[in-house]
Design a protein around this ligand. Structure first.
Ligand code: MEV
Length: 337
């Protein structure tokens, strides 16, 4: 039975604006979703999720109607959204293997909290498409895998999706995405600290909210463009730093300042929350070079840059933070066993 794992990600810069063609720099991090798939004799699809950082659940779906009756301690909408991604991933796998009636047993085990800005849906989509096609005897090139995972996200997320999360999860490393131009970046080693408020946002709703704001107000459209400008400046800083070596303090100071700016612009677009802001401020006051929310927002995670232990310590005691960890760059994207 093939198992594929795919990493989550944090955004150094550029979420939301990337949906409108601005560049973004996400970085894959070593928290993975693992999907094991067995082909069935009929056309049914059975999904078992032993841990999506929620109690285990089993969903069986037939055709396009998910019949989910999970026992849960998380909002049902998150599970509906997770099963929506799996359903679309199955459709992509059937299409890629030219097997429209293929049925599957999928078992999902993820270390990435749902809807927390760490790319859980992209990682599940990448790993599910990869393992399901391999169960049918087809191994997809990474580029096609990334493209099909992107189509999965685009089909599920109201308001649109970019290729950033899915490309980053399929290929690993630090990447640069601008429209359909997706590539790996030679980046310095960055000391990421992640704080998690235990909450989650609905990516589709948040993206749709930014879209509406951008269509209504020219200043919101300018804010999206300004995020692109932050990313362009950040890219120059990354390009000047020796790839693969720890970034020096002056590089971290400039990158951190740009992350702070990016967070301000994302807040102006309405996607931050009180607890995300509180964690960002706890990190800054502890001496982090910079801090911002990561991903769609609406609750979930922040990312800060700090080589010392101070930010981790401060976040551990911050009332709004339920988990804190140092995020290692995942240099490999999808891993097949
Ligand atoms: C979500 O992780 C990132 C967003 O930019 C949406 C996307 O790029 O598809 C908010």
């Amino acid at each position: 039975m093939p198992t594929s794992t795919a990493p989550g990600k944090i955004y150094l810069f550029g979420e939301h604006a990337v949906v409108y063609g601005e560049p973004a720099v996400p970085c894959a991090v070593e928290r993975r979703a693992a999907v094991t798939v067995e082909a069935r004799d009929d056309d049914r699809v059975v999904v078992e999720a032993s841990d999506l950082t929620l109690d285990g659940f089993t969903v069986t779906f037939d055709g396009s109607t998910a019949d989910a009756d999970p026992e849960l301690d998380v909002p049902t909408r998150l599970v509906q959204s997770a099963t929506g991604y799996v359903e679309e991933a199955v459709a992509q796998a059937r299409d890629a293997a030219d097997a429209p009636d293929a049925g599957f047993e999928l078992s999902i085990d993820s270390e990435i909290p749902l809807g927390a800005g760490l790319g859980s849906s992209a990682a599940v989509a990448v790993a599910a498409i990869d393992a399901a096609t391999r169960a049918l005897g087809v191994t997809l090139p990474r580029e096609e895998l990334a493209e099909r995972a992107y189509r999965t996200e685009r089909a599920v997320q109201e308001g649109g999706a970019s290729r950033a999360d899915t490309f980053c999860s399929a290929t690993g490393g630090a990447v640069r995405v601008e429209g359909s131009d997706c590539r790996r970046l030679d980046a310095p080693e960055l000391p990421f600290v992640v704080g998690f408020d235990g909450g989650a946002g609905d990516t589709g709703e948040l993206v749709a909210g930014v879209r509406a704001l951008r269509e209504r107000h020219a200043f919101a459209a300018d804010t999206v463009t300004a995020i692109g400008d932050v990313v362009r400046d950040g890219e120059e800083v990354l390009a000047d730093a020796p790839a693969g070596s720890p970034a020096d303090e002056s590089t971290l100071a400039v990158l951190g300042g740009l992350m702070d700016f990016d967070h301000g612009l994302l807040s102006a677009l309405g996607v931050s929350t009180r607890s995300l802001d509180a964690m960002v401020w706890a990190a800054r006051e502890a001496g982090a070079h910079g801090a911002k929310l990561t991903g769609a927002g609406g609750g979930g995670c922040i990312v800060a840059l700090d080589r010392t232990d101070e930010t981790e310590r401060a976040l551990r005691y911050a009332p709004d933070c339920v988990d804190v960890f140092r995020a290692e760059l995942a240099t490999e994207g999808v891993v097949r066993t």
